[in-house]
Ligand binder design. Structure first.
Ligand code: FE2
Length: 502
């Protein structure tokens, strides 16, 4: 007894222990009652899990807000999926600390600029694909269907139905389906995916397969992608924050729409448009330009015939002059595209100082491509959109003139450009900056010169318009432009409207 003096014997209910025990029991009852009132049975392990989280019943309310339809049984997996998304958000917010600059309301969250590890060696591609596999297979694993996924090596030994996760090495089409070679760290497997199961598998995407062996062939019964949660908590700005989305200015091209641009400048200065339109113009605080800011040089064969300004530096000087006509109170966020003077491989860093210097007197911030950033709590993923063409080539029924349809395919795969070796080129960074591990509130692209706005699972998708009429090259490439439009979004309610300048 002497030895134990001052210690609380195991199992002893000291006053503090009794109180804690009672509080725990109260919380347990509250959690069970809360879900029972809504007709939901909650598993014991789920209750245990929820009791360890902070905020008690508030957390339970948050979880329920996540569902369109309440489940009959609240399993631990469903709850963990919810927290997976939330923890992801914490991770991206932690990256704020690494930001290069931060101003009121506008913060860069993730950008390759200043963080590039690329030495251009082939072996670095292994790191890039490994990072993609690690981050996306984690998301696939969270899907209910992949709960018992095996490594491919083990899956190959099973004769009954089995699930596994891998990266698609190669796809070949047959009359009634797809043959896909899928690999993980240890092994690879040839899978037959009948047309009615899925016909949208692309090279280098990460996915889960459920199915069974039939002779030498593994036949897929279902294909599982990381996907987006059916419903999630969107971020909104507390104040009315109006953001204008533009793209593909192509300054320096003979096809630049000078007259339409001047209409835009008059409108943004409150000198043109109906009273209501002028009111909207007054409220704009940010302009985001999603790349191809100038026409560039040497981008496609025969481009020299289409150039009004042949010197790349003078093109940027002219862009700066044009942007100087926008009211100074508006912050302009400038992203590069494939026509701009940065490396063409993705991810593209922001402009170097020799370009930035032209904008030194303006209210301009520079971002890379792609870039996650935040304006008044709303998370925006801006990407020029080079891979839209890759998807249009590889996926049946997809067309680059319908970019938001392709952007949904990116979100389902949680990757902006999975296909290696097509039109888009990649720099072998150690981290895959094209992974969409965090679901943005707004996802904006450009590149295909089309104006389109759509909402998919609470993400506002936009392809911002161009300021160039169709060139001979674009006619050849089947680009059908819808130019001289601007998309305005109020971040307080995500209402969007399109202003025309033709
Ligand atoms: Fe463009």
């Amino acid at each position: 007894m002497e030895e134990n003096a001052g210690q609380i014997p195991v199992g002893c209910m000291c006053p503090l222990g009794t109180r804690l025990h009672r509080l725990k029991m109260d919380l347990r009852k509250k959690i069970i009652d809360f879900f029972q009132e809504k007709g939901i049975l909650v598993q014991e392990e789920t209750v245990e899990f929820l009791m360890k989280r902070e905020n008690g019943i508030e957390t339970c309310k948050e979880i329920l807000n996540n569902f369109d339809e309440y489940p009959l049984i609240l399993s631990l997996d469903l709850v963990k999926n919810f927290f997976g998304e939330k923890d992801n958000r914490k991770e991206i917010r932690r990256e704020i600390k690494k930001e290069r600059f931060s101003e009121k309301g506008f913060k860069i969250l993730r950008d390759v600029t200043g963080n590039s590890t690329c030495k251009g060696e082939i072996k670095d591609f292994v790191c890039l694909f490994r990072d993609r596999y690690e981050r996306l297979s984690e998301l696939v694993k969270k899907r209910q269907e992949m709960k018992y996924a095996f490594p491919i090596k083990k899956a190959l030994r099973k004769t009954d139905e089995v699930a596994f996760i891998g990266i698609v090495k190669e796809v070949s089409n047959s009359k009634n389906g797809i043959f896909a070679e899928i690999e993980d760290y240890e092994d690879s497997i040839e899978v037959y995916i009948p047309k009615d199961v899925d016909s949208f598998v692309v090279n280098d995407e990460i996915l889960g397969i459920k199915g069974r062996k039939s002779g030498d062939l593994f036949i897929a019964k279902s294909v599982v992608r990381p996907g987006l949660p059916v419903r999630r908590k969107r971020n909104f700005s507390e104040e009315n924050t109006h953001v204008l989305f533009l793209s593909d200015l192509h300054v320096g091209s003979k096809s630049f729409l000078e007259k339409e641009w001047n209409n835009f400048i008059e409108w943004i200065n409150g000198k043109k448009g109906s009273e209501r339109q002028r009111e909207v113009a007054k409220k704009i605080e940010y302009i985001i330009i999603s790349g191809d800011d100038v026409e560039g040089i040497g981008i496609y064969p025969g481009q020299e015939h289409d150039l009004l300004i042949e010197d790349i530096y003078i093109q940027y000087e002219e862009l700066a002059r044009k942007l100087s006509e926008i009211p100074e109170k508006i912050k302009i966020i400038l992203q590069p595209g494939n026509h701009d003077a940065v490396r063409s491989a993705l991810p593209q860093p922001a402009f170097e100082n020799e370009i930035k210097k032209f904008f030194s007197d303006l209210n301009v911030s520079f971002i890379g491509n792609p870039c996650y950033f935040e304006i008044n709590e709303v998370i925006i993923l801006a990407y020029h959109g080079q891979s839209i063409q890759d998807f249009a080539t590889c996926l049946p029924g997809m067309n680059q003139n319908n970019p938001t349809q392709i952007m949904k395919e990116m979100l389902k795969r949680r990757h902006m450009a999975p296909i290696y070796g097509s039109v888009s080129s990649f720099a072998p960074e150690k981290k895959d900056y094209l992974v969409i591990d965090y679901v943005p509130d707004i996802f904006v692209t450009g590149h295909v010169h089309v104006t389109s706005v759509e909402t998919y699972r609470d993400v506002l998708l936009m392809n911002a318009s161009a300021w160039q009429m169709q060139t001979e090259y674009q006619r050849m490439m089947n680009f059908m432009p819808d130019p001289a439009k601007a998309i305005v979004v109020n971040l307080k309610n995500m209402f969007s409207s399109v202003v025309h300048f033709t």
